[in-house]
Design a binder for this molecule. Structure first.
Ligand SMILES: *Cc1c(COP(=O)(O)O)cnc(C)c1O
Length: 383
């Protein structure tokens, strides 16, 4: 295959790169840990980060976890969800895996092409007597139609747990979207906009449910001699929590850089026929967590996979989030709801999407290199 733009330097560009403050800034935090000898189990940094994040995000209560997947699994346990849960196939596998780990059957519902989120108009048809909850994802950090989803949940007596792994700090009309539903789950994995190396959290509306979640993530211990549930070990360590405290000082600046990068992509690519980007509506304060580019096969000379390969050949590692659909993996493929006929929008979208590199350390030169590949591809004569 022809190499695009050989005059560029050949440094590899990854789709994401972690937010890492200067190392020397972290040293005092480590010294404090060494001094206190508190390594985990709800130590001072853990408490400080819960308080700081609740305030920063504008939420009532937050329970920190060692990762987002354990937080999802525990959220389902906390609300005693069982039977069937309606969810989206257009997400990272951890969304559905958390259901399987709880012995719950995922029921896949198609997405809305405008937002890539669960399409509320298609939820009701998937409800059965066994349905106990809906688990939507704020995909790419863009808010779900939370009002429509809540109306359905209220009508049918269902719980709503949002997988908000992409939605750190996202607001709508000035209010955190993490306050919707019964619980919301965050991920602080290295690849996310705010990271604690590994980490996650459950956002919860009241003290009572927070207490239950705190028991569940600590083996079910309510006090020294009382075990109230078959809990798990989901605790965030002091190292992670301390890093989170430091990250919080840098995250706003990182959002600013992300927004500028996104706008540059949007300006450069808006004019290109056959590709499109997502736009947050005027009410949404987005976190620019991802930059999904959609390649429309009938109007663009290359397929998504051809463009993906051209970028890869040029050292640019764009990612196909989300391809394959969760419903295509072997442990999900057998469900009736996994059939592509049930998921036409998700199936098409997953063939069209290419997430472009976006992270605070991406330089303008690197971004130009990425944009130039899309521009050159758009001018390729149709095969
Ligand atoms: C990252 C992610 C998770 C899993 O979080 P971890 O912290 O990596 O366990 C879950 N759901 C979605 C949508 C994610 O992107």
């Amino acid at each position: 295959m022809k190499k695009i733009a050989p005059h560029y330097d050949n440094k590899n560009i990854l789709v994401t790169s972690p937010l890492l403050p200067p190392l020397e800034e972290f040293i005092p935090y480590l010294e404090n840990i060494w001094q206190s000898k508190y390594l985990t189990n709800g130590g001072p940094y853990h408490q400080a980060l819960e308080a700081a994040l609740a305030e920063y995000l504008g939420v009532k209560h937050i329970c920190l976890f060692s990762n987002g997947t354990l937080a999802l699994m525990t959220a389902l346990q906390a609300l005693r969800i069982d039977g069937e849960v309606i969810t989206t196939p257009y997400s990272f596998v951890a969304t559905s895996h958390s259901l399987l780990w709880n012995g719950i059957k995922p029921v896949f519902v198609d997405i809305d092409p405008q937002t890539c989120n669960l399409d509320p108009a298609k939820i009701e048809a998937a409800i059965t007597p066994k349905t106990s909850a809906i688990m939507p994802v704020h995909c790419y950090g863009l808010p779900c139609d939370t009002d429509a989803i809540q109306r359905i949940a209220d009508t049918y007596g269902l719980r709503v747990i949002y997988d908000a792994a992409h939605a750190f700090a996202v607001k709508r009309e000035g209010v955190s979207i993490l306050n919707h539903g019964d619980l919301s789950v965050l991920s602080f994995h290295a690849t996310k906009v705010f990271n604690t190396f590994e980490g996650g959290a459950i956002i919860c509306p009241d003290e009572k449910i927070k207490r239950r979640i705190d028991y569940l993530k600590n083996f079910g211990f309510a006090d020294e001699t009382t075990v109230v549930a078959a809990g798990i070990n989901g605790k965030m360590s002091e190292f992670q929590a301390a890093f989170g405290m430091l990250q919080l000082k840098h995250v706003d600046a990182a959002f600013g850089v992300r927004q500028r990068i996104y706008q540059r992509y949007a300006e450069a690519l808006a004019v290109v026929p056959g590709v499109s980007l997502l736009q947050a509506d005027a009410q949404t304060e987005w976190n620019y967590a991802y930059c999904p580019l959609f390649i429309h096969p009938e109007h663009f000379p290359l397929t998504r996979d051809q463009l993906y390969q051209q970028m890869k050949d040029a050292g640019i590692y764009a990612r196909r989030y989300f391809y394959p659909l969760i419903s295509q993996f072997p442990m999900y493929k057998g469900y009736e709801s996994s059939h592509p006929d049930n998921l036409p929008v998700a199936s098409a979208t997953s063939q069209q999407v290419l997430c472009l590199p976006i992270h605070p350390t991406l330089t303008e030169t690197e971004q130009v290199r990425i944009i130039d590949i899309v521009l050159a591809a758009s001018q390729t004569a149709a095969a």
